[in-house]
Design a protein around this ligand. Structure first.
Ligand SMILES: [Zn+2]
Length: 259
C-alpha cells in the first residue's frame, strides 16, 4: 500500500493559503472506532497551496516527520488483497518464518530418501513442510477482525498505548529502531510449541491508539481511505503467518473483542 503517505498529503493540500482545513480526530479504543472530540487543524504557511503545512490537534502542534515515518513503514509491509498469497516471496517474511532449503523425507521409486526443498515450519504446530504445502493464516480473522488488524499493525510501529509483546512484533520493532536497519538485525520467530506466552500485557491498551496513532488514522479517514487501510493491515506481514492446512482450518482465530 503506497497510499498512506499519499493520504496525508491529500488531506494537507485541502488547506489553502487563505483557509485552514479542519477535520475531526478519531481513534481506536479496544479496536473500535471512536471520535475523540478534538479537532485537527491544517494551516498552510506558504503563499501557495504547497508545503509547508502546520498541523495541530486540539491546538497542540503535531509531530509530522514522525507520522510520515510511521506511514512509510506501515505501507512497506502491507499487501493488496489479491497479493497476500505472494507474501511468502517477501524477504522479511522469509526471515521471520525460517524459510530455508531443507532435506525433507520423500518416497521415490519405493525407497525412502530426501529431497532438498524450500520449506518452513507451521507456526502453530511446528511441522516443517514445503512452502507450497503451507497456507497463510490471518492472525486477526478476516471476518470482523479488520480494525483489530489495524490496531495490531499500528502497535508494531509504536502507535498504540502499549507496545508489542509477541515475538514477531518485538522483532519487527527492534529491526525498525536499529540505527542501520538491515536484514542482519532480523531474527526468526519460533513456532508456538515450547514458546512461553507473553506476560504482563493489557489487551485494551494494546488495541487502543496513542496520540500519533489517532492522528494517522484520522488522516486516513479524512482522505476516505479507511477500507484500503483495513485491507492493507489484514494482509500485512504483521498479521500473516505460515500454518499447515490442518492448523489453519481447524483452529480459527477468535476476535479479541466482541463485535
Ligand atoms: Zn500445523
Amino acid at each position: 500500500m503506497n497510499t498512506l503517505k499519499d493520504c496525508i498529503d491529500r488531506v494537507l493540500t485541502k488547506a489553502t493559503h487563505s483557509r485552514p482545513y479542519l477535520f475531526p480526530e478519531n481513534t481506536l479504543v479496544d479496536a473500535k472506532l471512536r471520535v475523540t472530540g478534538k479537532t485537527i487543524t491544517v494551516t498552510n504557511l506558504g503563499p501557495l497551496n504547497i508545503p509547508p503545512f502546520d498541523v495541530a490537534v486540539g491546538g497542540v502542534r503535531a509531530n509530522m516527520p514522525q507520522l510520515y515515518a510511521a506511514a512509510g513503514m506501515i505501507s512497506s509491509i502491507g499487501f493488496a488483497a489479491t497479493q497476500y498469497g505472494n507474501s511468502a516471496d517477501h524477504v522479511i517474511f522469509r526471515t521471520l518464518y525460517n524459510v530455508a532449503e531443507r532435506d525433507l523425507v520423500y518416497y521415490q521409486g519405493g525407497n525412502q530418501g530426501t529431497k532438498r526443498v524450500l520449506s518452513a515450519p507451521c507456526m502453530i504446530c511446528g511441522l516443517v513442510l514445503p512452502l507450497a504445502n503451507l497456507t497463510i493464516d490471518h492472525q486477526r480473522p478476516q471476518s470482523g477482525g479488520e480494525l483489530e488488524a489495524v490496531a495490531k499493525v499500528f502497535r508494531t510501529f509504536g502507535l498504540t498505548k502499549e507496545g508489542p509483546k509477541g515475538p514477531k512484533g518485538l522483532l519487527i520493532q527492534a529491526h525498525l529502531r536499529s540505527v542501520n536497519p538491515s536484514l542482519a538485525t532480523f531474527g526468526s520467530v519460533a513456532p508456538q510449541p515450547g514458546r512461553a506466552a507473553a506476560a504482563g500485557t493489557s489487551l485494551s491498551e494494546r488495541y487502543t491508539l496513542n496520540d500519533q496513532g489517532a492522528l494517522l488514522l484520522s488522516f486516513v479517514l479524512a482522505a476516505g481511505e479507511i477500507q484500503k487501510l483495513k485491507t492493507s493491515c489484514m494482509n500485512s506481514i504483521v498479521n500473516l503467518r505460515p500454518a499447515c492446512g490442518v492448523c489453519n482450518s481447524s483452529r480459527g482465530n477468535p476476535l479479541k473483542f466482541s463485535p
